[in-house]
Each structure stands twice: as C-alpha cells, then as structure tokens.
Design a binder for this molecule. Structure first.
Ligand code: ZN
Ligand code: ZN
Length: 395
C-alpha cells in the first residue's frame, strides 16, 4: 500500500492548481480549437519532466511518465473544450472571450490532471508502470463525432498499450467533496434528431389557405413525448428533448417551414433502437395528418459509457480512502460522453466529483451560464487521479 499521502500532496500544490484553472477559465476555447490550452498543457507537462506529444488527433496532448519499476500502463483523461455561452459571472477570472465559457468545468479537468501529473512526477521513484495523461479536444462536439475517436485513431492508447483508462468529471448535481460512480452503464447513449416540417406559407389572417408548419410543430413536440410516457417501459431510462425550434419571420406571415432539433438519451441498445425508429414514424404521421411534408434526420451520438465492474469496485475503495470526502453509488446519468469510446477499447472507470455548495452559491447546473465551481474540491480530484494511477500502475 502507498506511503504517499495523496491528499497532503495535492494540498501542497492546491494554489497552483487553482491558478491553472483560473487561467484556463479566463481563456476558454471551443471544440477542436483548443490550441492555446494545448500549448499551455504541453509546456506545463514538460516543466514537470513529463514527455509531451502535441497535436494528437487534432489539438490533443499526450503526456507520458515512466515509473521506476515495470507495471501497468494507466491512462488518465481530461477534456479541454469550452461551450458557446456568454459568461455573466463577473468573477475576476471570468471569460475574456465573448460568447465562450467553460460552463462544463473542463477547465477544472485540465487543472486537476496537471495537478495529478505534478504529484506523480514528484514520486516517479516510487511509481510502477507508466502513466499516460490524455488531454482531449472537443468532448462537447458530439455532432462532429467528438475528440476521443481522433485521439484513439492517432494511437493514444498504444505504444505503450494502455491497460486501464480513467476519467473524471466535475458535476454540479452532486454535493461538494463527494465522489460519485457506479459499475456498468454510468452515462447514456446520445442521439441528435432534426425534423423539417414542410408546410405552405401565407397570410396570418387566412390559415385555411396555408399548411401552417408552426401549428404542426406544436402538435409534434407534444406527440414526441408520447414515446417517453406511453411507449417505453417506465422503468427504463430515456429522454427525448426538443431543444431548438425555428420558424417564421414576423407576426402575420405563416411561414413555409419549421425546423425542430433535439436530443435523445437511452442507456440500453434496445431502447435506443426503439426511440430511433419511433421518432420518424410519429413525425411523419403527425405531419401527414395536417397535410405537411416531413424530413427526418437522426444522427447517432456517443454510445453508452460503461464502467468495468471489477475496476470500478477497486476505484470506489480507493476513493473512500481520501479523507474529507464521501463516495456515493449513483444511478446512471443521462448525460453522454465520448469517454465511452475509450472504455470500449480498454477497461476502466468514469467517475464524478461533486461541486454543489449552496453557501458559496455554487448551484447552477453544468452547461448553464450560472455554473460555478467550488474550487476547494480541486485538490480532491487531483489526489484521486494520482492515487488511482499509482495503485493500478503497480503490478
Ligand atoms: Zn458538457
Ligand atoms: Zn463535460
């Protein structure tokens, strides 16, 4: 067992980890454009004596730290991209790029993983195996396939071949200082649907001379929820959300078309197939009922993120050993992640670190402009990543 006190080590570098997080937070970059972030990461890794390869599958960076004795090869992954969202926080380190914000906490992922790298590099003499630090681009760009696949295709899991892979996400739904995980499916499969309703425009005063796509869209948005409420097993998790509705130019013109876009989430393959076949069926039927045409596109997003049960049980025990934290076993979350692609290749675990803290006003959900991180949790995240790599690395 380790003689390294990982939390003490993380506390020693806590100020530096927070400084890194703030620097990245102030300079957010969108998916596939994380160039400055990647340059910073590579420079920081090299400063720690960790070999760094850049431009791995786009803007990805892979750091490699060899321990002093043979052992397993461990990969720790952090995503680096921000979201197209303005930041109204007024914080001194608020985003300097208008319309772009680290609202999913990937700035903290980068900072925590660099913190773990610092701890592990310092203890290289006691480290078995090899640790690979994967700084990945474009997790948020599911519609473009994400950044994990290009990184895997560029060989991030090979030479040396990775035995175990781990990822961590900061999450506003769980209380500060708690870790959350589960064996098996931990996050959903996602899919994107686009429905174009083809009506026939005209004057707002004479709807009978038109086929009103706005009216049809309203019926369809409601009808799609019938899949969730009436056509799927109530005990099977699934979500269908129409999140974007576009039509029309002014108050008295019935437009020609309406475009609905949305996301679907499921945690098993049979349900995913069923939802994928029902959406076009219902869309076409509703449109036909009112005389409108209909075009439906469905794109497969990320697959289910599935944690290896044995690895997860071991990670859970390690997390429980970190003082001042709690470890919760949670039901699957309906968010989706391209970390799922890493877990399809290599056993491992994806876990969460809570950041909800009402006293500090850290209550806004991930992906909202009100998302606010309790920075006191970063040391726990850094300690946990270092501890996991250290423990799984030694044979
Ligand atoms: Zn996100
Ligand atoms: Zn995220």
């Amino acid at each position: 067992m380790s003689t390294i006190r990982f939390l003490d080590e993380a506390e020693e570098i806590e100020d530096h980890v927070i400084e890194i997080r703030r620097l990245i937070h102030a300079n957010p970059e969108l998916s596939f454009q994380e160039r400055e972030t990647a340059d910073f990461v590579a420079a920081e890794l090299r400063r720690l004596g960790v070999k760094a390869k850049t431009k791995v599958g786009g803007t990805g960076v892979v750091g490699i730290l060899e321990g002093s004795t043979p052992g397993h090869v461990i990969a720790l992954r952090a995503d680096m991209d921000a979201l197209p969202l303005p930041e109204p926080s007024g914080l001194e380190f608020a985003s300097k790029t208008s319309g772009v914000m680290h609202a999913c906490g990937h700035d903290t992922h980068v900072a925590m993983l660099l913190g773990a790298a610092a701890i592990l590099a310092k203890h290289r003499e006691e480290l078995g195996g090899t640790v690979k630090f994967l700084f990945q681009s474009a997790e948020e760009a599911a519609e473009k396939g994400g950044g994990a696949i290009p990184m895997i295709e560029a060989g991030a899991l090979e030479k040396p071949k990775v035995d175990y892979v781990f990822g961590l996400h900061i999450f506003a739904n769980f209380p500060s200082r708690s870790f959350a995980l589960r064996p098996g499916p931990v996050m959903a499969a996602s899919g994107v649907f686009r429905i174009r309703i083809l009506g026939r425009g005209g004057h707002g005063s004479a709807p009978h001379q038109t086929i009103d796509p706005v009216f049809v869209a309203a019926q369809l948005i409601t009808a799609l929820q019938g899949i969730r409420s009436r056509m799927l097993d109530p005990l099977q998790p699934a979500v269908i959300s129409v999140c974007s509705v576009h039509s029309g130019t002014r108050n008295n013109i019935i437009p020609d078309e309406a475009l609905l876009e949305g996301t679907m989430r499921t945690v098993d393959e049979a349900t995913r197939k069923k939802v994928t076949s029902l959406i076009p069926k219902i869309a076409k039927a509703v449109c036909r009922t009112f005389g409108a045409g209909c075009e439906v596109e469905i794109e497969k997003g990320y697959p289910v993120t599935r944690n290896d049960p044995a690895v997860t049980a071991r990670v859970s025990e390690l997390l429980k050993s970190i003082p001042g934290t709690k470890t919760l076993e949670v039901p699957p979350l309906l968010v989706a992640e391209d970390f799922s692609f890493f877990l399809r290749k290599t056993p491992g675990t994806y876990y969460f670190l809570g950041t909800r803290n009402e006293e500090k006003g850290c209550v806004g959900p991930n992906h909202s402009s009100r998302f606010k991180v309790d920075e006191d949790v970063l040391k726990y995240g850094a300690a946990s990543l270092a501890l996991i790599a250290y423990s799984f690395g030694s044979k």
